[in-house]
Design a protein around this ligand. Structure first.
Ligand SMILES: [Zn+2]
Length: 85
């Protein structure tokens, strides 16, 4: 964290260590890490990428139960900090 500014600016994303601005067009900002999902598609893409990564570390049986989300309604946690929305 040596290169993080001090104090941290507004809109600082703790998951990525950078400023991420949200505005009235932003789909969702995580309440915990402040990551900004500009669109629902961004959230679904990041969520499914996390699942793809998890599948590489789990058994075939467990992986078979990890279905990609097709809608944000299926996603309850931030894919970056795993905090509940
Ligand atoms: Zn988060």
């Amino acid at each position: 964290m040596d290169d993080w500014p001090d104090p941290l600016p507004d809109d600082w994303c703790w998951s990525h260590g950078r400023v991420e601005h949200d505005d009235e067009n932003t789909y969702r900002a995580c309440m915990e890490c402040s990551h900004v999902f500009q669109t629902e598609a961004d959230l679904i893409r990041d969520h499914n990428a996390q699942l793809a990564d998890m599948r590489t570390r789990h058994s075939e049986e467990a992986s078979a139960e990890m279905h990609d989300a097709t809608s944000a309604a299926e996603i309850w946690t931030c894919p970056h900090c795993i905090h509940d929305f």
